[in-house]
Design a protein around this ligand. Structure first.
Ligand SMILES: [Zn+2]
Ligand SMILES: [Zn+2]
Length: 359
């Protein structure tokens, strides 16, 4: 039961939106200017739209039919994702950056995480809808909170002219005590409302909006930060594991030969990504460097890696291209007509070092 898709949390989220609006609007709506009515309607509509799109669009399910193009989405970085890994459930090669979701029971392209709020995976196909859902919910909670405070304070000032939003201002103006200031607040939150619960309902929803807003903004900031780093929630956890290996002295890297011949039975011949890995990362059991000719990919001597910033992240092209990759799923970073054998790829940046560790 816990490991199956179930819309409990999605319905809870929906109930919170609908219930909040049903309690808030009867009091707030008649007081709003036409501009706020228009902006408020848009702010209320967008989270529903993006919730629908996040929940019901395909996050990038990998099937027998799309397996070949999905393999060409990203090259293997030989650090987090290695060619040849097979999904034990789907029994197909795992494309780079994909993950098998045990809840959805399928492999998902560039899987970020399974999100119970949308009852769906967040992956290459719906990541942009998910970010827009966070943005629109963050805006709605902030807007509703600030508007609610404004409506209440306007009323309080009308009744108690010496009252001010900041308690020390009220005190300076007419000697209003802090306790009096609080009493006016409680009056303002209760009085004069329409509909179920009257003003209390709007006041309570305002309070809830103001309390949840920082959380939603924080989550949005975190996801934009991941985009800036060219990584996903799933990958940031893998990088955190690498940090542990590095701290223990078990991580080694060496160069990947630029003109290497790919094993096309496990690797895509061509990908739309404009870069190929220049490094191989390896963990050892004992902290001793593997011998140079032990049969692992790459060329040259192995060197110990102690810090994440000393390894490159193949999937970070810089913030704008990372954003394009999220918002235009399947964007062709490379001309598909270019001959396959062309090795010197358009390297976006040589500074593709890990930006930061998250997790
Ligand atoms: Zn799978
Ligand atoms: Zn899932």
């Amino acid at each position: 039961m816990m490991y199956d898709r179930h819309p409990t949390v999605l319905l809870f989220f929906l109930a919170l939106l609908l219930g909040g609006e049903a309690l808030y609007l009867p009091t707030a709506w008649p007081q709003l200017t036409p501009l706020h009515k228009a902006a408020g309607s848009l702010a209320m509509a967008l989270p529903y739209l993006f919730l629908y799109l996040s929940a019901f669009s395909d996050p990038g399910a990998i099937t027998a039919a799309n397996h070949v193009p999905e393999m060409a989405r990203y090259p293997y970085d030989f650090s987090l994702f290695h060619p040849g890994a097979v999904c034990a459930t789907c029994e197909r090669l795992k494309p780079a950056r994909s993950k098998h979701c045990s809840v959805c029971k399928r492999c998902v392209a560039r899987c970020d995480h399974h999100c119970i709020f949308i009852n769906n995976c967040v992956g290459a196909g719906n990541h942009h809808w998910f970010i827009l859902l966070l943005l629109s919910t963050a805006v709605l909670t902030a807007y509703g909170g600030v508007l609610g405070v404004n409506l209440m304070t306007a009323k309080m000032k009308l009744r108690f002219p010496s009252w001010a939003l900041l308690p020390w201002r009220a005190n300076r103006g007419a000697g209003m005590e802090f306790t009096q200031w609080l009493v006016v607040w409680s009056w303002g939150m209760q009085d004069g409302g329409q509909g179920v619960g009257g003003g209390v309902a709007m006041g309570a929803v305002t309070l809830l909006a103001l309390m949840t807003s920082p959380l939603v903004w924080g989550l949005l900031g975190y996801h934009l930060w991941l985009v800036y780093c060219g990584t996903t929630t799933n990958e940031s956890m893998k990088w955190a594991d690498w940090q542990i290996e590095m701290d223990d002295g078990f991580a080694f890297k060496r160069r990947m030969a630029p003109g290497r011949v790919k094993d096309v039975s496990v690797e895509p011949v061509w990908t739309r990504w404009p870069a190929e890995t220049e490094q191989v990362l390896l963990r050892t059991m004992d902290g001793a460097a593997p011998s140079a000719d032990a049969g692992y990919p790459g060329v040259g001597e192995w060197e110990a890696v102690w810090r994440l910033r000393d390894v490159e992240n193949l999937y970070d092209l810089g913030f704008w291209d990372n954003l394009v990759d999220v918002f235009v799923p399947g964007f062709m970073f490379r001309d598909p007509r270019k001959p396959v054998g062309e090795r010197r790829l358009r390297q976006k940046q040589k500074r593709r070092a890990r930006k930061i560790i998250l997790a």
